[in-house]
Design a binder for this molecule. Structure first.
Ligand SMILES: [Zn+2]
Length: 67
């Protein structure tokens, strides 16, 4: 998927559990994906967001998703 932060990067999230870091995807009954944990781009754009039910939810504080 393309980064929603606007930098144009194509993100390749490793979903394979034997690699770290990795993300897990859960789909609801409509097939909408939710990603866990949040995604934090480490490039210049520094986008930090969740994907919940197929929609991007922005993190607005630094502690979000990282207790
Ligand atoms: Zn970006």
């Amino acid at each position: 998927m393309a980064c929603p932060g606007g930098c144009g990067n194509i993100m390749r999230l490793p979903l394979v559990s034997n690699r770290r870091p990795h993300w897990s995807v859960n789909r609801d009954w409509l097939g909408r994906p939710s990603l866990s944990p949040s995604v934090h781009q480490r490039n210049a754009c520094r986008a930090h967001f969740w994907i919940r039910k197929g929609a991007v939810t922005w993190c607005r504080n630094s502690g979000c998703g990282h207790p």
